[in-house]
Design a protein around this ligand. Structure first.
Ligand code: GRF
Length: 191
C-alpha cells in the first residue's frame, strides 16, 4: 500500500475528489490531511471520509522539523498539495524528493509564482486576453510553481468569462484529472 498525505489550506474540494477516488483503492491510501488554517473546510471533509487531520503551526512547519516525524510515523510515502499556500521547508523537499505533487490552476510556466493563487491567477489570465487556460500538475521543488510538469490540460477561455466563471471551469478539470494523475504517478514510483 502506498500511503499518501494531503496538504491543503482552504475549502478542500480537491482533497474531497482525491479521497473519493481512492476510497477502497487496492494500492493507494490517503492516511492524513494536514492544513495550515484553523477554520478551513477541509477538516470536515477529512472527518466525512474518516481520515485523520492535523493543524500545522507556522513555526514548526517552516522553521522546526516540518512535521517530518509525524509523516514518518504515519509511514507517508508521498505528499499531495491541494490548494496549499505555504512554501514547503527544505526538510520535507529533501525527505520526499520526487514524491511531492502540486496542482496549479493555469498552464505553467505562465501565470505562476508567488502571489499567483486562487482568483488572482484567473484575473491575470483574463487581463492578458488569453484564449485558453488550464491546469498543471507538477513536482514540487524549493521554488514556487517550478518543478517538472507531470500533466497539463487546457480549456478555452470564453470572451465573457469572469475570474469566477473561469475558476469554476478550471476547478472541474482539477477534480477530474488530479486523482488519476496521482494514481499513475505514485504507482510508477518504487515504493
Ligand atoms: C485550486 O484551484 C488549486 O489549483 C489551487 O487552489 C485551489 C484549491 O481549491 N492550488 P480547493 O481547496 O481544493 O477547493
Amino acid at each position: 500500500m502506498i500511503r499518501l498525505a494531503i496538504l491543503a489550506s482552504g475549502g478542500g474540494s480537491n482533497a474531497d475528489a482525491i479521497l473519493r477516488y481512492f476510497a477502497g483503492h487496492p494500492q493507494i491510501r490517503i492516511v492524513l490531511i494536514a492544513c495550515n488554517r484553523k477554520m478551513a473546510g477541509v477538516y470536515q471533509i477529512a472527518e466525512n471520509h474518516g481520515v485523520e487531520s492535523i493543524h500545522l503551526s507556522r513555526e514548526r512547519f517552516q522553521s522546526g522539523d516540518g512535521y517530518l516525524p509525524v509523516f514518518r510515523e504515519k509511514q507517508v510515502r508521498g505528499l499531495i498539495l491541494a490548494g496549499f499556500l505555504w512554501k514547503l521547508p527544505p526538510t520535507l523537499i529533501q525527505a520526499y524528493t520526487h514524491r511531492i505533487l502540486n496542482i496549479h490552476p493555469a498552464l505553467l510556466p505562465k501565470f505562476g509564482g508567488q502571489g499567483m493563487y486562487g482568483i488572482h491567477v484567473h484575473q491575470a489570465v483574463l487581463a492578458a486576453h488569453e484564449t485558453e487556460s488550464g491546469i498543471t500538475i507538477h513536482r514540487v521543488d524549493e521554488h514556487y510553481d517550478n518543478g517538472d510538469v507531470v500533466f497539463q490540460t487546457a480549456c478555452p477561455v470564453d470572451p465573457h468569462d469572469t475570474p469566477e466563471s473561469l475558476g469554476k471551469r478550471i476547478l472541474q478539470l482539477e477534480h477530474q484529472h488530479y486523482p488519476p494523475t496521482i494514481e499513475n504517478y505514485f504507482s510508477q514510483l518504487p515504493n
